[in-house]
Design a protein around this ligand. Structure first.
Ligand SMILES: [Zn+2]
Length: 287
């Protein structure tokens, strides 16, 4: 009799535990489903919530992008072979839309023209170009400012544009054949152009930091635990482990190596999420 009672109790316990188990499982499945759904809203978009900062990667290029092996002349054939990167290094062209402290900020604008998909991505997030109030530019290369103009007119008619004073002044001094795009673009935004100094705090509590090397005023931005690393990295599979390797786009290689080392270390020490304009999809790297 006593044995039977115990065995009934045991069966009961198993049933109760079993149902708790399956409920927990179900919960997990639902959570996973929700996560997959939010990841799959639109191809080329990925949103992360990092503390108080919400940041979305918007892919500007179509399909897959490989940076050719030839861009990384500093990398030995042995290293390239060992990482199976002979065909190129996975990359992308991206921009970021950030929401922080009640402020929406667009970081860079991609290529623009027929090949740029930045506006499509932005609209998919429910943001129209005229609603962009803040546009922060990391540097003046065409794959970052190309989306600011369309047929010579400002794509973002109401945006306050922020760019490093060092970057601006350096490009304005270049010969015309090198800076036509920059001059034309800045002219279209001249009434709402803000030149910041490195170390400045910009609207939204975003700090602008000196990452010069890739270009004279190349800027990295920090908001909370997010670091927008601009073009510190062109080939993640190579350069995250080997920051001493430059892409041929780096204008001052020595300085580019120094800041790449510095900011990767800084991000690791502080547990920051990297948001990179040329990181492979989905544009983020977290430690
Ligand atoms: Zn770039």
């Amino acid at each position: 009799m006593r044995n039977k009672k115990w065995s009934l109790l045991f069966v009961g316990a198993v049933l109760v535990l079993g149902s708790v188990d399956s409920r927990a499982e179900q919960k997990q499945v639902t959570a996973e489903k929700a996560m997959n759904q939010s990841n799959a809203v639109t191809e080329g978009l990925k949103t992360l919530q990092v503390g108080e900062v919400k940041i979305t990667w918007i892919q500007d290029n179509a399909g897959e992008k490989l940076m050719p092996r030839g861009l990384f002349a500093d990398a030995s054939d042995e290293l390239i072979d060992s990482l199976a990167l002979q065909q190129g290094v996975p990359s992308s062209i991206g921009v970021f839309w950030m929401e922080t402290q009640g402020t929406g900020i667009l970081f860079d604008t991609g290529m623009g023209g027929a090949s740029g998909h930045m506006l499509t991505g932005l609209r998919a997030l429910g943001v129209q170009p005229e609603e962009v109030k803040y546009l922060y530019i990391t540097h003046f290369h065409g794959d970052h400012i190309g989306g600011m103009l369309e047929n010579g007119r400002a794509v973002f008619p109401n945006a306050q544009v922020y760019v490093s004073r060092v970057e601006y002044e350096a490009w304005m001094k270049l010969p015309a054949e090198q800076n036509v795009q920059v001059v034309e673009t800045m002219k279209a935004y001249q009434d709402r152009l803000h030149l910041f100094e490195f170390g400045d705090q910009l609207p939204g509590g975003v700090k602008a930091m000196d990452a010069s090397g890739h270009t004279p005023g190349h800027t990295v931005f920090q908001a909370g635990r997010v670091l927008v690393i601009a073009d510190l990295i062109h080939g993640a599979a190579l350069q995250l482990e080997h920051p001493e390797i430059c892409a041929s786009f780096d204008m001052d290689k020595k300085a580019a190596v120094a800041v790449r080392r510095h900011f990767l270390q800084y991000a690791k020490e502080n547990g920051l999420t990297l948001a990179g304009m040329h990181l492979p999809a989905p544009g983020f790297k977290a430690w």
